[in-house]
Design a protein around this ligand. Structure first.
Ligand SMILES: [Ca+2]
Length: 241
């Protein structure tokens, strides 16, 4: 093997973990329409007319609408009858959906694509979950403000702390745009799983419940008293409280 060939093999080997971490769009994940997933509410997909419209169900495996069937384009235009103009930067597009029964969510994969100039981009993504319809919502994942990707595709695969839920909500905050047209984010797919994604970092340990913290506090207080008692028994002066 020549040195150049050896370097190529080495580089290919180095690239493998990254390639393995990006998982493909799924048509059999727990949120997919094919598995009984259903959309409950949304701020709206692109809709200029009956002949030029997108559909929010497409991010869950649907193929509806007349524009990019298979992708969801969130609205970038409000017809004059509803106020007119494009949605402003900072506008929060949202969708809520549910599964046929409760699931234990452990990971998700978000696939999106913008066209550059932040057209069809979002700059914050938040995923929320609830055991009951309409919340109260627990934040499962949040990119935080100022999230950037592209121009081009985004494949965001994340392991989350396991959470039992049946109802879900995703929020996509409208990114500022350089072009007055085509501003609504393009979401190709949002997949959910009850397994961890191999190759992605595991989530941190769950935060203890308040009740557990209270018990922990009682335990620590008891430990402090025991130590003070032990020092007193040895003749040392107890700490002032
Ligand atoms: Ca899917």
């Amino acid at each position: 093997m020549t040195r150049a060939a050896a370097i190529l093999v080495l580089l290919a080997g180095l690239a493998l973990p990254r390639m393995a971490a990006a998982i493909p769009i799924s048509s059999s994940d727990l949120w997919d329409l094919s598995q009984g997933g259903a959309v409950d509410a949304t701020t709206g997909a692109l809709y200029y007319s009956a002949g030029y419209r997108s559909d929010v169900r497409n991010m869950f495996g649907g193929a509806y609408g007349t524009v990019e069937a298979g992708n969801t384009l969130f609205k970038d235009y409000i017809s004059p009858g509803f106020g007119g103009g494009s949605v402003p930067a900072g506008y929060v597009h949202s969708v809520e959906w549910h599964t046929p029964g409760a699931i234990t969510l452990r990971s998700f994969s978000l696939h999106a694509y913008n066209e550059g100039m932040d057209r069809r981009a979002f700059d914050r993504f938040t995923l929320l979950a609830s055991a009951v319809a309409g919340g109260p919502w627990t934040t499962v994942y949040d990119t935080g403000a100022g999230f950037a990707y592209g121009p081009g595709g985004l494949d965001l695969s994340v392991n989350v702390s396991a959470i039992d839920a049946q109802y879900f909500r995703a929020e996509f905050t409208q990114a500022p745009w350089s072009s007055a047209s085509a501003v609504g984010p393009r979401i190709q797919e949002l997949d959910g799983y009850d397994t961890f994604i191999a190759g992605e970092p595991l989530p941190p340990d769950p935060v203890p419940e308040p009740a557990s913290l209270a018990l922990l506090g009682i335990g620590l207080a008891g430990l402090g008293l025991a130590r003070r008692y032990a020092r007193t028994r040895r003749g040392a002066r107890p700490n002032k409280i």
